[in-house]
Design a protein around this ligand. Structure first.
Ligand code: COA
Length: 279
């Protein structure tokens, strides 16, 4: 019999095993971040006292993201994934959230569709070994003074106030968040972080094509010789062209879905998402 409860730090090791089993990229630092940023909104499912399922949420004011919908392979197709989602949806309804969003895999998409989610657009996950790249001398690590402008730019691009998430990423690893020096207001930023299988490059937000390219290249330059993933909206021509030119290839597609009020994004500013858990 399935029982659901809030996730605690003691569940992280089992969460890592579940995400690794699914071939996902999350590390202990990612799982800690989910719990640090939404301590009441991360859930586990247990059968006979054994943790077999997870789901995380992250509330950004009126918008929430759902992620880490994972069920142990031996326990699938018995309604556990749906029950986890329903539990997360009830939590988010109680928080008064108007819009729910997520990036769906082919296994997850039918469940979300039945729960009223609508497909928005596709993201391609590009993968490869970073060839390195020429680095625009103006690209520097983001400073404390730039964080507010960065969060403003991100809010305009994504229609979502992700200031808490962006500050968290910057505070934990300031060298992995990049922007163009001396340009105000900020023209763009790029971040990257370590993963179990590859460095995830993203988010990348840029107001102009040359800025996006310079920031994406700067991330590649810092990751020369490393495996990288970049999740790029499939209809983003400049970012797609950049990924092709840098020798990356498409590993798989994810479908971005929403339920409730649609979110107004400036879509062509979003070069790369932060990964499936936060858009
Ligand atoms: C996606 C995932 C979480 C689904 O978990 P799950 O527990 O199998 O989900 P459910 O059992 O609620 O639903 C899965 C299917 O089983 C069916 N099902 C549910 N209860 C059933 C039962 N008692 N008997 C037979 N079939 C059943 C559902 O109708 C659904 O069918 P469909 O996919 O053909 O529409 C799981 O496959 C998983 O962890 N996949 C890897 C990670 C992943 O892709 N996660 C989604 C991220 S967006």
């Amino acid at each position: 019999m399935l029982s659901l409860r809030q996730m605690t730090p003691g569940d992280i090791a089992r969460g890592i095993r579940l995400s690794a089993q699914a071939g996902w990229n999350q590390t202990e630092a990612d799982w800690r971040r989910f719990l640090d940023l939404e301590p009441d909104g991360c859930f586990v499912g247990e059968v006979d006292g054994e943790l077999v399922a997870t789901t995380t949420t992250r509330v950004f004011g009126p918008i929430a993201w759902i992620g880490m919908v994972l069920v142990d392979p031996t326990m699938r197709r018995r309604g556990i994934g749906t029950a986890m989602m329903e539990h997360a949806l009830a939590y988010l309804a109680a928080r008064g959230v108007a819009t729910l969003r997520l990036d769906a895999t082919p296994l997850g998409q039918p469940i979300y569709q039945r729960l009223g989610f609508i497909a928005e657009y596709e993201l391609a996950r590009w993968e490869g070994v970073s060839p390195g790249a020429g680095c625009d001398g103006r690209v520097c690590a983001v400073t404390a003074a730039q964080i507010e402008g960065l969060a403003d730019l991100d809010r305009r691009a994504t229609g979502t106030d992700r200031q808490g998430l962006l500050r968290y990423l910057w505070e934990h690893s300031p060298q992995t968040m990049l922007a163009l020096e001396g340009v105000t207001p900020l023209a763009g930023y790029a971040a990257f972080r370590g993963g179990a299988r590859a460095f995830q490059i993203g988010p990348i937000v840029a107001r102009a094509g040359d800025v996006g390219r310079a920031l994406a290249d700067a991330a590649l330059a810092r990751l020369a010789g490393q495996n990288v993933f970049v999740d790029i909206p499939r209809d983003h021509g400049s970012a797609t062209q950049w990924a092709q030119e840098r020798g990356l290839h498409v590993q798989r597609h994810l479908v971005r879905m929403f339920r409730g009020q649609p979110v107004q994004e400036i879509h062509h500013w979003l070069w790369a998402s932060s990964g499936p858990e936060n858009g």
